[in-house]
Ligand binder design. Structure first.
Ligand SMILES: Nc1ncnc2c1ncn2[C@@H]1O[C@H](COP(=O)(O)OP(=O)(O)O)[C@@H](O)[C@H]1O
Ligand SMILES: [Mg+2]
Length: 180
C-alpha cells in the first residue's frame, strides 16, 4: 500500500505522473491522509476518476465510483471530523482474472466532529433509513449513503477503529469495459 499525505502529492492540481507511478499492472492501493476540509474533495474525486480510467472501468461505473468516493469523504468532513483534523481515504483496485475488477473504498474519520457517530449508531441509522416510510421521504438530504450508495455497491460496512474513529467501507465487483 502507498501512503500519501495529500499536501505532499500536489499543491493545486493532481500530478498524474505521480499517481500513475503508484499504479501497478494489475492493482493500485492508496491510503491518502487529508485535512478534513471540503476543498480537498475535488482532488479525491479526481484521483478516483484517474485510477478508474487507467484500469478501463466503464465510464458509467467510473462516474458512480467518483460519486461514492465523494459521498463518503463529504460525510467524513461534514459529520465525522472536526475541521482540519485528518481523514483517511483508502482506495484499492485489483484485477484478478483478465476482466475482473474488485474495488474497495474506505474512509475513516476521527470522530471529533460535532455530529460524529460510531459503527453501532450507523447501523441504527441503516435500519431506520431502509424502512419503507423512509424510502418514500422527499427530502434532498439523507439520500447518499443508504438510498444511493447501498444500492450500487456489493457491501457497505461500518467499523470502529481505535475507539472513536469511524471507518465506512464499501466494496464493488466490476468487469473491465462492462457497464453491468
Ligand atoms: N462519517 C459519518 N459520521 C457520522 N455520521 C455520518 C457519517 N456518514 C454519514 N453519517 C450519518 O448518516 C446520515 C446519512 O448520510 P447521507 O446519506 O450521506 O445523507 P446526508 O449527508 O445528505 O445527510 C447523515 O445524515 C449522518 O447522520
Ligand atoms: Mg452525505
Amino acid at each position: 500500500m502507498n501512503k500519501i499525505l495529500l499536501d505532499t502529492l500536489w499543491e493545486n492540481a493532481i500530478q498524474k505522473d505521480i499517481l500513475f507511478g503508484f499504479c501497478g499492472p494489475h492493482s493500485v492501493h492508496l491510503e491518502i491522509e487529508y485535512k478534513s476540509d471540503f476543498r480537498n474533495a475535488i482532488f479525491l474525486r479526481e484521483i478516483a476518476d484517474t485510477i478508474c480510467t487507467n484500469y478501463w472501468v466503464h465510464p458509467k461505473w467510473r462516474t458512480r465510483i467518483v460519486l461514492i468516493v465523494d459521498e463518503l469523504n463529504n460525510n467524513a468532513i461534514e459529520y465525522g471530523s472536526a475541521f482540519w483534523d485528518m481523514n483517511l481515504f483508502e482506495f484499492l483496485l485489483q484485477k484478478k482474472e483478465s476482466w475482473e475488477i474488485n474495488i474497495k473504498i474506505a474512509v475513516t474519520d476521527r470522530g471529533t466532529g460535532p455530529k460524529s457517530k460510531n459503527a453501532q449508531q450507523m447501523e441504527e441509522l441503516r435500519i431506520q433509513h431502509t424502512s419503507k416510510d423512509f424510502r418514500e421521504h422527499h427530502s434532498i438530504r439523507w439520500r447518499g449513503l443508504f438510498l444511493i450508495i447501498s444500492k450500487l455497491v456489493d457491501s457497505l460496512k461500518f467499523e470502529n477503529i481505535r475507539g472513536k474513529w469511524l471507518c465506512v467501507i464499501v466494496t464493488k465487483h466490476l468487469r473491465e469495459h462492462s457497464e453491468n
